[in-house]
Design a protein around this ligand. Structure first.
Ligand SMILES: C[S@@+](CC[C@H](N)C(=O)[O-])C[C@H]1O[C@@H](n2cnc3c(N)ncnc32)[C@H](O)[C@@H]1O
Length: 273
């Protein structure tokens, strides 16, 4: 989710669009999430819930959506959550009888997972190099974790495929690609096309020395489908959650106003062949 620039104790970063490779993106993500985990959890923790599985700012809940399969089928399944943050989704999975492992790049995010508790296995690692043996998991999932932030999703998908058992689902949510054509604003100013949907240049916030401190990567819908297929997965569904009437909460550029007009989240439901 494109974030608004923070500047706790350093000069305000400059927002730009420029190339950013794997190493720079990964370093920027770790630093940003370590610095901003406290604020993120205090701002969004109540909405996420300590043990709910929410796919994005619309509030689509896995308990109703069943994108990983019916809740009853999760019992006894080995599940890898990628970019788990404070592991809210993993806690819900554990409550269904699954055996989740919560993986994240950010030490501070995982400290929040420890603070909330639940005794889950937590792993600090990059999604591009998963520290697990081949075919270790029945399912892999990610709610806005890792995929929007990596320069090379193909590497992540190859890793996910490697650690999944045949027939395992890989379900991940990202900012809906159409949002990249609009300003990341929740109000009416966020409703006019301001950039090309086809411009894949990453969004980068950089410090005064030109070092990236925050990076997000854009892929069109077609790019994402091709990544999924090229990664050895079959696409079962592409879910675009509608903004529900009960949700009056703004989250960055996600708002009821925009959510009622254009999709804000895309969820890819894939299966490893
Ligand atoms: C928007 S948060 C989502 C976390 C959680 N699913 C939630 O909804 O709060 C993105 C998470 O992805 C993690 N992340 C970003 N890049 C990553 C990478 N390359 N590998 C693993 N985790 C990554 C961040 O540290 C952060 O915790």
């Amino acid at each position: 989710m494109i974030q608004h620039i923070d500047h706790i104790d350093s000069p305000e970063p400059e927002a730009t669009r420029r190339d950013a490779g794997n190493t720079e993106s990964s370093r920027a993500s770790r630093g940003w999430w370590d610095r901003n985990a406290d604020e993120y959890q205090s701002e969004h923790g109540a909405f996420l819930g300590d043990d709910r599985f929410v796919w994005g700012p619309e509030g689509l809940d896995e308990a109703e959506a069943g994108l990983l399969g019916p809740a009853e089928s999760l019992k006894g399944q080995d599940v890898l959550e990628i970019g788990a943050g404070a592991a809210q989704c993993s806690r819900w999975l554990a409550a269904q009888g699954a055996r989740p492992v919560a993986l994240d790049l950010s030490h501070r995010q995982l400290q929040h997972a420890l603070r909330i508790g639940g005794g889950l296995p937590l792993v600090e690692a990059d999604a591009a190099a998963l520290p697990f043996a081949d075919e270790s998991f029945d399912l892999a999932c990610s709610a806005y974790g890792a995929v929007p932030f990596v320069a090379d999703p193909a590497t992540v998908f190859a890793e996910v495929r490697r650690v999944l058992r045949p027939g395992g689902r890989w379900v991940f949510s990202v900012t809906h690609p159409i949002r990249w054509a609009f300003p990341d604003e929740p109000g009416p100013e966020g409703l006019s096309v301001a950039a090309s949907y086809f411009d894949r240049t990453p969004y980068v916030e950089q410090d005064e020395r030109g070092r990236a401190v925050y990076v997000e990567h854009h892929r069109t819908i077609g790019d994402r489908v091709r990544d999924v297929v090229a990664g050895g997965f079959r696409l079962l569904d592409l879910v675009e959650p509608e903004w529900p009437a009960w949700n009056s909460q703004e989250w960055g550029g996600w708002s009821p106003l925009r959510g009622n007009l254009i999709p804000g989240t895309a969820i890819f439901v894939c299966v490893r062949d």
